[in-house]
Design a protein around this ligand. Structure first.
Ligand SMILES: Cc1cc2nc3c(=O)[nH]c(=O)nc-3n(C[C@H](O)[C@H](O)[C@H](O)COP(=O)(O)O)c2cc1C
Ligand code: SF4
Length: 389
């Protein structure tokens, strides 16, 4: 992404608004853009489904909840490239026929609210929001900012919609999906901050530019939040398909023992697998890369993540509510050297059941770190005694 510039923005809009909604969706399809929030769902399919529903009221929701531990790349976009993100939301609105947009902003980012509202006012003044946007007859669209209140689960798109509606932020049963029955029962696309931000770049530079980067199934560039035991922390832009080894070289993290890819809900990849690629078909991540150095205790790493999930589970379904607590208890037993191999196998089977039976992505992914640490670091985590604590 390049620093924004008003002329470029106007160019994005003029070009996008000159296209028919189905042409915008086709362009996004040709680019291969997949959701940057973690799940990697094809953006064009989501937009196509919402566009196909007949309703006078449709919504574009930007998921700026950014609650995954180790993720802070959306904050950089919100701070430095907010106009590109608003451009992407506006193009999305044009594609699906929406007249209202909402940015659901992480509670901890309240300090950005005034700044973003100022940007929206400027856009209204410049004809980039409001009625007949840039003279396009009948294209009316506006955006408002709504605040989250710090619950990780509210980043899950249906819990987010519940929260927007003023209910307790708990995931809904799916189907129906938000593209049919979203905010206030109307068709709604929920996309990540970064996903929206790539759209005007694709409109401007062409689908081929994006599609030529990355792998066949994971195209384009991606922002990564890099933290942990490496020399260079921060937000980096790399092509999809980069290997973990290449990434570690760029951030002075070679010599790491492992990488937690995808935040607390991601997988812990050991050094022996650093030639794997960061891509939806191999090692997926919404952008969080936590480098784990040789000196780290892998049980402490697992404990840290499981404590987070015990706190953040909404408690609606049993596998997640009870399972996370049981896995944490198992880690405490391992720390005391009081977990037999048989019980550890049962805990792993519980983790696999949680992946299958939990109602939403939180419980489906919360055992990932535990399971991958047990699989890859068995020698390190077994056979402890209380004395080694
Ligand atoms: C527990 C949980 C938390 C999530 N948090 C976020 C988040 O903070 N930001 C985000 O974009 N997606 C988050 N997601 C994914 C969203 O449900 C949804 O898939 C995403 O916003 C879709 O946008 P995309 O297709 O552009 O990635 C979360 C999912 C789960 C299960
Ligand atoms: S998986 Fe966890 S967070 Fe999701 S609905 Fe069930 S209890 Fe709530």
């Amino acid at each position: 992404m390049k620093p924004e510039n008003n002329f470029i923005m106007l160019f994005f809009h003029k070009k996008a608004l000159g296209m028919k909604p189905e042409e915008i969706i086709r362009l996004v399809a040709e680019s291969g853009l997949k959701g940057r929030g973690g799940a990697g769902f094809p953006t064009d399919i989501k937009w196509k489904l919402a566009a196909a529903v007949k309703d006078d009221l449709k919504y574009v929701v930007c998921n700026a909840d950014e609650g995954e531990p180790g993720t802070f790349k959306d904050r950089v976009i919100l701070t430095d490239f907010a106009d590109l993100m608003f451009d992407g939301m506006t193009i999305g609105a044009r594609a699906i026929g929406a007249c209202k947009g909402i940015v659901y902003l992480r509670g901890e980012y309240t300090y950005l609210r005034g700044f973003l509202k100022g940007k929206l006012s400027e856009r209204r003044k410049n004809g980039l929001l409001g009625s007949n946007i840039l003279g396009t007859e009948g294209f009316n669209f506006d955006i408002e900012i709504r605040m989250g209140a710090g619950a990780y689960v509210c980043g899950e798109e249906t819990a987010l919609i519940e929260s927007l509606e003023g209910q307790r932020g708990e995931p809904r049963n799916r189907p129906p999906f938000p593209v049919n029955t979203g905010f206030l029962g109307h068709p709604t696309i929920v996309n990540n901050v970064e996903t929206f931000t790539w759209v005007p770049c694709i409109v401007s530079k062409g689908a081929k530019w994006f599609n030529d980067i990355g792998t066949e199934k994971s195209t384009g560039l991606k922002l990564f939040s890099v933290s942990g035991d490496c020399g260079k922390h921060g937000v980096f832009e790399f092509p999809m398909g980069i290997t973990l080894r290449e990434l570690l070289e760029k951030v002075d993290g070679t010599g790491a023992k492992a990488v937690q890819a995808g935040g607390a809900s991601g997988r812990c990849i050991p050094a022996s697998e650093f030639d794997r690629t960061i891509a939806f078909e191999d090692v997926p991540t919404g952008g969080s890369i936590i480098v784990i150095g040789q000196g780290r205790d892998m049980l402490k790493v697992a404990e840290n993540f499981m404590e987070f999930f015990v706190d953040e589970s909404c408690g609606q379904c049993t596998p997640c509510r009870e399972g996370n607590a049981k896995l944490l208890e198992g880690i405490e037993l391992l720390q005391k050297g009081r977990c037999s191999m048989k019980y550890l196998r049962e805990l792993c089977s519980l983790g696999e059941t949680m992946q299958l039976a939990s109602k939403c992505g939180l419980g489906q992914s919360s055992p990932n770190a535990f399971l991958s640490i047990v699989r890859n670091f068995k020698d390190e985590i077994m056979g402890r005694t209380e004395k080694t604590l």
